[in-house]
Design a binder for this molecule. Structure first.
Ligand code: MN
Length: 378
């Protein structure tokens, strides 16, 4: 568990003006409020809100959001009252904690319309202040990371299902791909343990055959670009089991038929070099028809920008390549949160609201029922 000073230092490292006293007060308040409560893992309950706050420091979020994360379960699970929170932490933090609490209450409701209802309230709260949504997503991510400690298989499956149906798509919607991917992997492992195990095993088998194939191909790409005067950072990875599984299901093919299990990311200094790198790559390896996408000239609605292509690297192997600039990369990893952190834009102000929030509000207003809403949002 993160210690108090470590958490404060993390926030200070990206925001020297952060209100240290606010974070310290929240830490002590939450620790006292949760007292001897325990998590399913046997850890002190208090470790959970602190880890959630830690996840949000990776996104460089402001002091009020961090304090909210630390306090996010105090109203719901302890004797603390909203009045106390407001008096001790001010109206902003009180409002944010209230927003997260409302979402958590909905989670506790019974099946039926719960998922859609959950989502609706969720979106409503979020459209007021996106920081509520960010805390909620970090909360869910930490709960998924610790899911295996929950003894009831039914409960684990229900949480995993909900994560896959509601929270991962929401993370995607606001461009938080790192959150989305981790949630999907954790949920997939819970819901389809056999498929997960079999894919992991096949990937391991591939490793034995190919030595360190990823780093060999990656440095090949980097050298090729270097020879053409492009300074690029190239990283490679295997696709995650969940995305492999989804591709197999979508295209009705077996693992063996799936030719592109490796993906590479090329990061260059600016936009112009993105297109130059693309040209160099397509000259060297033929592209796979139908797989090229230019999200730089036409960004996704969540603001994501990148060039995507797949090339035939050798007879039996296609590789996927994403090319983007450093700025685009920061935004691609953490989406709106990066935008929030770097520009310090006040998204709570209506005029600064990004179009997708307006889209969501519009959907909310026009959806007839909660079920219908869920359909739209999917
Ligand atoms: Mn929580």
């Amino acid at each position: 568990m993160l210690r108090q000073y470590e958490l404060v230092e993390r926030v200070k490292s990206y925001d020297p003006d952060a209100d240290e006293a606010l974070i310290n007060r929240a830490y002590v308040f939450s620790m006292q409020a949760h007292g001897s409560q325990k998590r399913a893992s046997g850890d002190p309950y208090f470790s959970h809100p602190i880890e959630v706050a830690g996840i949000l420091t990776d996104l460089h979020l402001d002091d009020e959001t961090i304090a909210t994360a630390i306090l996010h379960d105090t109203i719901e699970d302890t004797l603390a009252t909203p009045e106390q929170i407001e008096k001790t932490f001010g109206p902003n933090v009180a409002r944010l904690v209230d927003g997260v609490t409302k979402l958590s209450k909905i989670e506790a409701q019974t099946e039926n319309e719960r998922a859609a209802e959950n989502l609706r309230k969720f979106l409503l709260a979020m459209s007021g202040d996106i920081r509520v949504l960010l805390v909620k997503l970090a909360d869910r991510l930490h709960n998924m990371r610790t899911l295996h400690h929950i003894p009831s298989p039914d409960k684990r499956r229900r949480i995993a299902r909900e994560t896959l149906d509601i929270y991962a798509p929401l993370a995607e919607r606001i461009g938080m791909y790192e959150f989305m991917k981790e949630m999907q992997e954790l949920a997939f492992r819970e819901l389809e343990p056999d498929a997960y195990a079999s894919i992991v095993k096949r990937l391991e088998h591939l490793h034995q055959g190919g030595g360190n194939l990823i780093s060999r191909i990656g440095s090949g790409v980097r050298m090729l670009l270097g020879r053409n005067g492009i300074q690029a950072e190239v990283t490679g990875r295997e696709k995650h089991p969940f995305s492999i599984w989804r591709k197999m299901a979508e295209r009705h093919i077996s693992f063996e038929q799936l030719s592109d299990v490796m993906a590479f990311r090329v990061i260059v200094p600016d936009i112009e070099q993105c297109y130059r790198a693309l040209g160099v790559i397509h000259q060297k390896w033929p592209m796979v028809p139908g797989r090229f996408k230019d999200y730089i000239s036409t960004p996704k609605r969540n603001g994501y920008r990148s060039l995507h292509t797949s090339v035939i690297h050798s007879e039996k192997m296609r590789i996927e390549i994403q090319i983007r600039s450093k700025n685009m990369h920061a935004q691609a990893e953490y989406g709106l949160a990066a935008h929030w952190a770097y520009k310090q834009a006040d998204i709570a102000k209506p005029d600064a609201q990004i179009s997708w929030i307006r889209d969501l509000i519009e959907i909310l207003e026009h959806a007839g029922s909660a079920e219908e809403l869920l359909e739209h949002t999917r």
